[in-house]
Ligand binder design. Structure first.
Ligand SMILES: [Zn+2]
Length: 431
């Protein structure tokens, strides 16, 4: 497996990921997505949304705000339970999570430690112009609560019957103490969460169902089966709201680590919000004429983690005619650039103009780019490194036979295609 240093270097060099506010020395564990990164990230989100909202008929989308009434977090348990126990070293002043320490001395300098103190992981901010206790709110630490507090709104607006789901993509924030491993544990990150509301007696069945569905989503997008597994949480490891939880883990260069959690949250959240808000959040079952509080099965994935895993998983180095070739073998859904149009000779105006016209024709639904900033060999290498599926080359013969060479990224096989057939050819390949 590729080491992480190669991935971080590729990310910077080819514009996938930059350090946030880098020119000022950066901000720890916060990242920016560059031109290629923005494409890949959008493609991951699109694939997730399509698989849940478009290809099924039982899930609605939602886009709730990041800022919420602080009572939401009291009801959800985040104000009291979303905390780490921290200790400080009295000597070197470094801070550690007390559950990660093996002995009661500083692991770095052997200094004495303070008593453990609760440290809440939510970022605080204030609303309005007056700062103080009353105006204090939080940046959401998960997107899920936006779904729970809108449960009744969505049911009423969409006339949904159980079982059904609400899907949401959005940013969340956690003031993590232990960070690192590149983007794996970031303080600002993006989630893809879906809450699937079911009759309590069906919860176990749907739980098993979503474990399979979500594993299949990663492999259908090209992630290697041998690098994925499911790990069930031990009882003492379960979050305060969960009855059962599995992690989908990926074999990162730094070890197996969580990509996505699938939890049976029971009726915890709807009950908590009903009690704390005084509003009825039950569901009226027309068949039995009874009200029930649905159980919730939640597949909750990290987009930044999926991004990193797809990059690592698709990275490969090959020897081609004695030279090293670096390829990102991303699937056609995820590849940032679908095709690049390249003039074989960049000092021949007729070739350049033909290539630019072809590119213009192909642009629109898919990202297609034109590049003439280097020799053809280097242009190929550059496109391979960012995972571009097809390189379309315009040469001297193209001027007379109106055909171009289309090179496949993986097989490097070349097809000679008529310019008038190119759009159809590409659409067919990308289907
Ligand atoms: Zn110390």
């Amino acid at each position: 497996m590729v080491d992480l240093a190669k991935i971080t270097s590729l990310c910077k060099r080819r514009g996938f990921i930059f350090q946030s506010s880098e020119i000022y020395g950066g901000l720890a564990s916060v990242w920016d997505y560059g031109p290629m990164g923005a494409e890949l990230k959008n493609n991951i989100k699109k694939a997730w949304w399509e698989s849940l909202v478009y290809k099924r008929d039982d899930i609605e989308g939602l886009d709730a705000a990041i800022l919420m009434n602080r009572e939401v977090w009291r009801a959800s348990g985040h104000i009291t339970s979303f905390a780490d126990l921290l200790v400080d070293c009295k000597n070197c002043k470094k801070r550690f999570r007390s559950d990660q320490l093996k002995k009661d001395k500083c692991p770095e300098c052997e200094g004495a430690l303070t008593e453990p103190k609760q440290f809440n992981l939510m970022f605080k901010t204030s609303v309005g112009s007056v700062e103080g206790k009353g105006s204090e709110i939080f940046l959401r630490p998960e997107t899920a609560q936006g779904i729970f507090v809108n449960f009744q709104n969505v049911v009423t607006a969409s006339r949904r019957k159980l079982p059904f789901g609400i899907a949401q993509i959005g940013k969340a924030y956690r003031n993590e103490i232990t960070t690192g491993n590149f983007t794996f544990r970031s303080r600002e990150f993006e989630q893809m969460e879906m809450e699937y509301f079911v009759y309590p007696e069906d919860a176990e069945k749907w739980y098993e169902y979503w474990l399979k569905e979500r594993m299949n989503w990663y492999t259908a997008l090209g992630m290697k089966k041998e690098n994925l597994h499911l790990r069930e949480h031990e009882k003492d490891e379960l979050a305060h709201y969960a009855r059962r939880c599995h992690d989908i883990e990926y074999k990162f260069p730094f070890g197996w680590a969580e990509l996505e959690g699938i939890a049976n949250r029971g009726d915890f959240d709807l009950n908590q919000h009903a009690t704390n808000s005084g509003k009825d959040l039950s569901y009226y079952d027309e068949a039995t004429k009874k009200r029930v509080i649905p159980f919730v099965i939640e597949p909750s994935g990290g987009i930044d983690r999926a991004f990193l895993a797809f990059l690592i998983d698709s990275y490969r180095e090959e020897k081609v005619r004695g030279e090293k070739r670096v390829v990102l073998g991303l699937s056609k859904e995820l590849a940032p650039i679908k095709a690049a149009v390249l003039p074989l000779l960049r000092n021949r105006p007729e070739i350049v103009s033909m290539a630019k016209n072809i590119c213009k024709e192909l642009r629109g639904k898919n990202r297609v780019v034109y590049d003439d900033t280097a020799s053809i060999g280097r242009l190929y290498r550059r496109q391979d490194e960012i995972g571009t599926l097809y390189c379309i080359t315009v040469d001297v013969d193209s001027l007379t036979d109106k055909k171009v060479t289309v090179r496949d990224r993986d097989s490097m096989k070349q097809d000679r295609i008529g310019v008038d057939k190119l759009k159809e050819y590409l659409e067919d390949k990308l289907k």
